[in-house]
Write a protein that binds this ligand. Structure first.
Ligand SMILES: Nc1ncnc2c1ncn2[C@@H]1O[C@H](COP(=O)(O)OP(=O)(O)OP(=O)(O)O)[C@@H](O)[C@H]1O
Length: 359
């Protein structure tokens, strides 16, 4: 028997368009002109430090807040704008919060069926069971949420959000309530459920690693604006400024002056083709872009600290001319420890050059 169209697990994924969206809380401009397109079926991670406006942007998309300027479109419908406002319950949006927000007095099945009141009780039950099966929790259907682990509760919340087949799913820090061991597996399962449902999804997080694991693209926010939007690889490899680079990886920052298209630093010179002659610049070198070899080769340095961290060790190496030691991450090298002289070698592919943030 063919399943009826209303029972397919596939949502009709929406396309979201934000055009110059602003939002003020009194005198504070929490969202200050955000333009963004999220394509159907895309998973976009909204990443940024605490207070940069991520949750506010999510609330604007959900319709919990109204923008003070700009417009929001879901497919062809303007849901917020100068002449339009569609209330949250009519936007066909699914929400998942950090604290799961499950109803404690309803069973897991009833929680999932809650959003299906338009269906007959029998149909709602079948749909909800199917959704629980998708997150592999059908055997807990008759139990109450408090009897589940945090990760399982989060999966029930995901099933509940997806079961009405929303055009877009908004998740606010969905894994931050889980302990670090559980987080990885719940993240992976969530990703596979989202892929299967082919849902358009925005996940708010302040964890760069999480954004890289989950997002087709990452939108990095700072002080109410989008600083850079792109694939995880793009943001990691070609950050627009040194702050973006810092967000994804601990880096060594070495100041220098631009001359003849290069920045001159105590570690040598590096290409700086787009920077103004005589201006201040910074070379950002990732810890894994530095190699330690025998003294007498490369740049002379001395190991000032060494920490064993498993696969990669962390070394701090003092080099003449630098105020702070270089941070180096290398495979464990037997016998290399504090006080040893080394030759530091730099992989040019791991060096990024930016205009100096200092005046
Ligand atoms: N209801 C409110 N009234 C007044 N100011 C608010 C309100 N909600 C948020 N803010 C302020 O707006 C700014 C953005 O807050 P928002 O919660 O959107 O940031 P966030 O990036 O989600 O932060 P976090 O990661 O800490 O949740 C912050 O300065 C915050 O203090």
């Amino acid at each position: 028997m063919q399943p009826s169209p209303s029972r397919t697990p596939v949502s009709l994924a929406s396309r979201l368009v934000l055009d110059d969206v602003h939002h003020d809380y009194g005198t504070l401009e929490a969202v200050a002109g955000v333009s963004l397109v999220v394509e159907p079926g895309e998973i976009l991670c909204l990443l940024g430090p605490s207070g940069c406006g991520k949750t506010t942007l999510l609330r604007l998309i959900a319709g919990i807040e109204r923008p003070s300027r700009g417009s929001i479109r879901l497919d062809r419908t303007e849901v917020a704008g100068p002449g339009a406002f569609v209330p949250p319950e009519q936007r066909n949006i699914g929400l998942v919060f950090q604290d799961y927000a499950l109803f404690p007095h309803l069973t897991n099945l009833e929680n999932v069926a809650f959003g299906l009141r338009a269906l007959s009780p029998k149909e709602a039950r079948e749909e909800a069971l199917r959704a629980l099966r998708r997150v592999r929790l059908e055997h807990y259907a008759g139990d109450f949420p408090h009897a589940l682990s945090g990760g399982e509760q989060q999966r029930v919340a995901l099933a509940r959000a997806l079961v009405p087949r929303p055009g877009i799913l908004l998740m606010d820090e969905p894994f931050s309530g889980l302990d670090s061991r559980l987080r990885g597996s719940v993240r992976a399962e969530t990703l596979s459920v989202l892929r299967e449902a082919r849902a358009t999804c925005i996940i708010v997080t302040h964890d760069p690693e999480e954004a890289m694991r989950m997002g087709d693209r990452i939108a990095l926010m700072r002080a109410g604006t989008l600083v850079q939007v792109g694939t995880p690889e793009k943001l990691y490899r070609s950050p627009v400024d040194v702050e973006v680079a810092r967000f994804f990886c601990e880096i060594n920052e070495v100041e220098g002056i631009v001359g003849a298209g290069r920045i001159a630093t105590p570690l040598g010179s590096f290409p700086a083709p787009d920077l103004r002659e005589g201006s201040g610049a910074v070379a950002a070198i990732r810890p894994q872009g530095l190699e330690l070899r025998a003294p007498g080769t490369g740049i002379a340095g001395r190991v000032v600290s060494h920490r064993f961290l498993g696969e990669l060790d962390l070394y701090e190496v003092a080099v003449e001319g630098l105020d702070r030691p270089l941070v180096v991450r290398r495979r464990t090298t037997a016998g290399l420890s504090r006080g040893h002289d080394v030759g530091v070698h730099i992989d040019p592919a791991e060096v990024l050059v930016f205009a100096s943030a200092r005046p």
